[in-house]
Design a binder for this molecule. Structure first.
Ligand SMILES: Cc1ncc(COP(=O)(O)O)c(C=O)c1O
Length: 418
């Protein structure tokens, strides 16, 4: 019956995985198209499926597991704190929130932080904060604030995220979106940026310093600097969504550090918890963040004691294990090796640190290659028909990377020969 519903036979790479996949398809909504592997265990850069097959994890839960799967220090923080106090809500103070907020502010160099849960919530909050700043500080007339986004942006699938997207997969039949006053301009296009920012009701420019979901799109050198310059010139908040690029992923703490640029607001998420639970944050200075007053924003779970302890441990691991330096070094090695593969099949290798992708020349085949790599012991995911993103945990060693590269190269040869 299921096969009929789906119109296809279920084929699992994991031995005996069909039963798990069928159950998901029967009882869960079909809003994802996962690779047909069924995982049950993770440690460091590896995951194992229910049949005991071991894989390199080169997705790392869309960069949420920078510290590696089940990092002992983060796991310990989670277990210990969950036995003591997990959730108070923000109706009361707790003994960990202030410390964690201080750590976040000092680590990233801002006055204040708002802790939330999913990354989408953080960007959503950034939209709200920047609009309110627009009215109360910049002096934009009521309900006229404009927010500028980029083409191919991705920050989730809330109604505001859908409204700011130019991808029909995200917004089709979820409207109406009227009245949001969102403008979408081409990414990495300075000619389009200036007119959008110079309009007097623009409150914020929200963008990814490297677009992840779009296929690891790295803007031209100098783009971030120019964004900063134009935002300052027109008194528009520069909001960098560092949810995927942040916390060492690109070989710097923040991707904006590559051009020595300090945004007015940053959003963080994903590896802020080392993949243990959804934890996100919005950081900015007092002039901006103080627009939030009691009742204007909140979340039952945001800033809970468990999240605080996990955040502290996750950030300590990044520092103690030199993950930022490792990301830069091993990422460089990955690109150098993969660039040797550019030719008939692969047209481009791009990225920064351990946020990389390659493009398949023919314009398709990414799915087939991902299936092949999975069979050979490495998990990665297409971002488009012809682009595969490679974002392993930042703890990966050069030796492990060499092993992984062999799997990738072998898989490329095998799909070409099929
Ligand atoms: C740049 C960026 N922002 C926001 C999000 C949304 O984060 P979440 O899925 O935790 O809501 C993502 C998710 O992939 C992302 O890549």
């Amino acid at each position: 019956m299921l096969s009929k519903v789906l119109g296809r036979r279920i084929v699992s790479i994991t031995k005996g995985g069909e039963v798990f996949i069928e159950r998901e398809l029967k009882y869960g909504t079909h809003n994802y198209h996962p690779l047909p592997v069924v995982l049950e265990k993770g440690q460091g850069v590896h995951v194992w499926d229910v049949a005991g097959k071991k894989y390199f994890d080169f997705l790392a839960a869309y960069s949420a597991v920078n510290q590696g799967h089940c990092h002992p220090k983060i796991t310990q923080a989670l277990v210990e704190q969950s036995q003591k106090l997990a959730l108070t809500s923000r109706a009361f103070h707790n003994n960990l929130l202030g410390d964690t907020e201080e750590l976040l502010c000092k680590t990233f160099g801002y006055d204040k932080v708002l802790m939330m849960n999913a990354g989408t919530e953080a960007v959503e909050a950034a939209v709200k904060i920047s609009r309110r700043w627009g009215y109360e500080v910049k002096g934009i007339p009521p309900n006229q604030a404009k927010t500028v986004f980029c083409s191919s942006n991705f920050w989730g699938r809330s109604i505001a995220a859908c409204a700011s997207s130019d991808d029909p997969e995200r917004y089709k039949n979820f409207g109406p979106f009227g009245g949001m006053n969102f403008q979408i301009i081409p990414y990495d296009d300075l000619d389009a940026l200036e007119p959008a920012l110079s309009s007097k009701n623009t409150a914020a420019f929200i963008f990814e310093p490297i677009q992840g979901e779009a296929g690891v799109v790295v803007p031209q050198a100098g783009y971030l600097k120019k964004v900063r310059e134009l935002c300052s010139k027109y008194n528009v908040l520069m909001v960098a969504d560092e949810i995927q690029t942040g916390i060492g992923r690109t070989g710097k703490m923040l991707a904006c550090d590559w051009e020595g640029v300090r945004p007015d607001i940053i959003t963080l998420g994903k590896s802020l918890s080392g993949g243990m639970m959804p934890i996100s944050a919005v950081l900015g200075d007092n002039e901006v963040m103080d627009v939030l007053i009691p009742g204007s924003h909140g979340s039952t779970f945001g800033g809970n004691p468990l999240a605080c302890k996990v955040t502290q441990a996750a950030l300590e691991v990044v520092k103690e294990e030199n993950l930022i330096e490792n990301a830069e070094k091993v990422g460089e090695f990955f690109r150098k090796e993969m660039k040797k593969q550019v030719g008939q099949f692969i047209s481009e290798v791009r990225g920064r640190g351990l946020m990389n992708a390659f493009v398949i020349r023919s314009g398709q085949g990414a799915w087939d290659l991902c299936v092949k790599m999975a069979k050979n012991g490495l998990l990665a995911k297409p971002t488009h028909e012809n682009i595969i993103r490679f974002t392993p945990p930042l703890i990966i060693t050069k030796e492990q990377m060499k092993e992984a590269l062999e799997i990738i190269k072998k898989s490329v040869i095998e799909v070409q020969n099929e």
